[in-house]
Structure formats: C-alpha cells, structure tokens
Ligand binder design. Structure first.
Ligand SMILES: *Cc1c(COP(=O)(O)O)cnc(C)c1O
Length: 424
C-alpha cells in the first residue's frame, strides 16, 4: 500500500466522481444547483470559488479576486498555504481522528502552547471545540457552574453587551444581542441581560453577587469593528472580580494575531477566553481557555464533551498556524498593515471614520451605500464585507502585503462612485 500522500490521490474524485460532473460548469449553473440543494440560511452565495493561493481566490468562471475578508477573519495564512497544507496532509496520513476517549501529542502541544501565549497561571486549562459558537457554548456552561452554591446568593444572571455577537447555537444565541436572530427561537436559555457596550457605570450597576458571568468581545466585530473607551476592559475585570462573577472574553474574531497581538484583551487576566476563527488557519477548531485552578474545575468529568473537538488534524492545523505567525513575525506585520490602512483610508474624503485594530478593520462611508460598494468591489475583483448600511469591514489574511492593500485603497474611490450611481 502506498503510504505517501500526494495531491494526485484526490484526482479520481475530480475525474469520475460527483465532483467531475460539476467540473467546468459556469458559476450561474452551479449557483442554481446550490439553491436547489442547499438550505437557504445564507441566501444566494456571491460567487462559486474553486481555488485559492495566498491572498487570491478564483471563481468557477476563472475570475480572480483579492481576498480582503479571509473567510471572515479565518484564513490567517491565506489560501493553500504550503506549510499548513503539508502539516495537515501528513497528520491525516498519520492519525486524523481518535475520539476524546484518547488523546494525541498534537492536542497536548496545542493546549500547552495556547496556555503559554495567554500567559495563563498555574492550573489553567483548555477545552477544544470545533467553532466559535461551540467555544462560547462551553463557556456558557462554565458560567452556569459558577452558580453561587453554598452562599446566600444564587448566581443566575449573565451579563452581555448591547450589539454583542457570540454565535448561533441556542446558548451562544441567548448571549447575542440582535433580536432578529433570537426571537424566532425563543425560549432560549434564560438569565441573560444586556448593558450598553463601553459604559463602565452601566456595567457596575448591573454586576453584583447574583451574576455568574460577564461576556465581552474585546472589539465588537459583527457590530462594525467597534472597541470601547480606554480602560473599559480593565474596569470590567475589577467589577467582575469584586462581585465573584466570571469575566469571559470572546476572542473568536479578535484572537490569534488578528489585531496585531495574540489576544486583543492582552493586559487583563480574564477568567476565560474563547477562540475559533483564525486559530486553525482555515481548518475548523474552537477553544475555551480557563484561567486558574478554580475556574478550570467548574466543569467536572462528564459535564461537557464533543466528538470531534481537538482531534489530531485540527490541532495540527492550529499548531502550524501559530508556528507560521510566530516564525514569520506576523504580529508586527499586522500592526504595520493596520497603520497603513488607518493612514491610507483616512485620506479619502468620503471615509468618515476608520477603526483599524491591526487587520481587523471597520470604516464608515459618508453615504449609506456600503452593500453597493461590496457589489462593485466584487465586480472589480475585491472581496470585502459590509456590517451596516454605511460600514465596511476588512479582515484579510495576516500575510497580506502593503502592495495588495494599496491596490484596494487605490480602487476604492472608483468603487464608491460606482456604488453611488448604482444607488441614484
Ligand atoms: C464568528 C463569531 C462567533 C461564532 O463563531 P462560529 O465559528 O461562526 O460559530 C462568536 N463570537 C464572535 C465574536 C464571532 O466573531
């Protein structure tokens, strides 16, 4: 038996299997078949993508795009990164999945690595999941276990922030602010309340000994890449510590170098951090890091679990991603690129606000044509995203170059003009 994996071993599927029947079909026809066979929760996809390399992807019609969204802050190393690809392929060819009745060296190495990067104290632990919503689901269960048992006050309340996004499972959804996402699925797990984001006094007023946990994104990504006034996270740390409530930081979008540091919340020691998006460089993986012995033992044996979480392939992908970020000095590069975008976008007269946190970038337009700019950008070969009628978001691969970003900035005035004509 041939033990050596090669890319050509995927060829039979492309040449004679179900995939072969789709090969070479134009986007329009593939999209029709998508709509006939896939659930409509995402609407009609903007393009059918067939291939990627670095920060560039190609669609089924052969058109090329600069990917400035990176699979929504996921493809940290771009597409088809040779090191990530070879690590995952060789891990799959060695040991791909084993269930959590067993462990593997990649899982242990990744847990230890993450605890080191988070500068977590003795007794801190990691739980691996498969997505951001699952990492937050685990955090929600952790929070429920901080129930105040043995004290006079049961802790039944959970505080989240207005405009927060924490995911789509019933628990993560219960933490999410947007009513349109939540209401069709009520009743959701109870006890969640929202306070205005960035308002220290509102948080102080809400948090007492009846609160089990406070959930905060260090920067609200889905809400348009919005941070808080200086000192807010530190104040949240003090307020939760004084009340005995857990401070749970959702770094699903901001973590793993996205903002130019390993974690956007660096400098405060939370009780837990959740991770996903960029962690696997495109391979699905999520993680919950719990800080210190007490928090790390709130969930005991049998109280939570997952079949796939932390499997050898996913943890190898994450190790490879972390290795490249570290060895290529990408954190510094990300900070430089964020600076470049702040300066370059700030010079455009129709851009009213730029919020660049490393390569997690939100910016606002003078008129409410953001969705039309996204469409014009796609036609011109750029993948970007709008988070509101006048707000755009960029979250490109961490390896994107200054020249690539400049190409987009140079094109933006034309895209804006097209979008305004579109609108008129
Ligand atoms: C994307 C996101 C989630 C949900 O992650 P999924 O992997 O889509 O389940 C949760 N929290 C934040 C802050 C996110 O950006």
């Amino acid at each position: 038996m041939n033990q050596t994996p090669t890319t050509s071993s995927a060829q039979p599927l492309a040449e004679s299997g179900e995939l072969a029947a789709l090969h070479g079909l134009p986007s329009a026809e593939l999209t029709e078949r998508y709509n006939a066979s896939l659930m409509g929760v995402f609407g009609t996809p903007q393009r059918v993508l067939v291939r990627g390399s670095g920060c560039v992807v190609w669609d089924a019609d052969g058109r090329e795009y600069l990917d400035l969204l990176g699979g929504i802050a996921v493809n940290a190393l771009g597409h088809a990164h040779p090191f990530l690809t070879s690590v995952v392929a060789s891990q799959l060819a060695t040991l791909g999945h084993v269930s959590n009745f067993f462990t593997s060296p990649t899982q242990i190495a990744l847990a230890e690595k993450l605890l080191g990067l988070a500068q977590a104290p003795q007794g801190s632990k990691v739980f691996f999941a498969n997505s951001g919503t699952e990492a937050n689901e685990a955090a929600f269960k952790l929070a429920r276990r901080n129930d105040g048992a043995g004290t006079d006050t049961p802790r039944r309340r959970i505080i989240a922030l207005e405009n927060a996004f924490h995911g789509r499972s019933m628990g993560a959804l219960a933490l999410t602010w947007k009513k349109a996402y939540r209401e069709p699925f009520e009743p959701l797990p109870g006890g969640v309340e929202w306070v205005p984001a960035g308002d220290v006094e509102a948080l102080r007023a809400a948090v007492d000994e009846s609160v089990a946990a406070v959930f905060i994104e260090p920067i609200q990504g889905e809400a348009g890449v919005r941070g808080y006034p200086e000192g807010y996270l530190r104040a949240a740390r003090e307020i939760t510590r004084a009340a005995g409530a857990l401070l749970i930081i959702d770094e699903v979008q901001t973590g793993i170098g996205r903002t130019g540091t390993w974690f956007a919340s660096e400098g405060i020691e939370p009780d837990a951090i959740t991770l996903a998006k960029g962690l696997g460089g495109g391979f699905p993986i999520g993680a919950l890091i719990t800080f210190g012995e007490r928090t790390s033992t709130l969930l005991s044996a049998g109280q939570h679990g997952t079949t796939f979480g932390g499997n050898p392939a996913a943890t190898a992908a994450a190790l490879a991603t972390l290795h490249v970020i570290e060895s290529q000095g990408l954190l510094e590069h990300v900070r430089d690129m964020g600076q470049l975008l702040t300066t370059a976008l700030g010079k455009l007269d129709f851009v009213t606000d730029v919020r660049a946190h490393g390569l997690l970038v939100g910016f606002d337009l003078e008129s409410e044509v953001a969705p039309a700019v996204v469409r014009a950008a796609l036609e011109a070969g750029f993948i970007i995203n709008s988070t509101g009628p006048a707000s755009l978001r960029l979250a490109p691969p961490l390896i994107i170059t200054a020249d690539q970003l400049q190409t987009f900035v140079d094109a933006l005035p034309g895209l804006y003009a097209t979008a305004q004509e579109d609108h008129a």
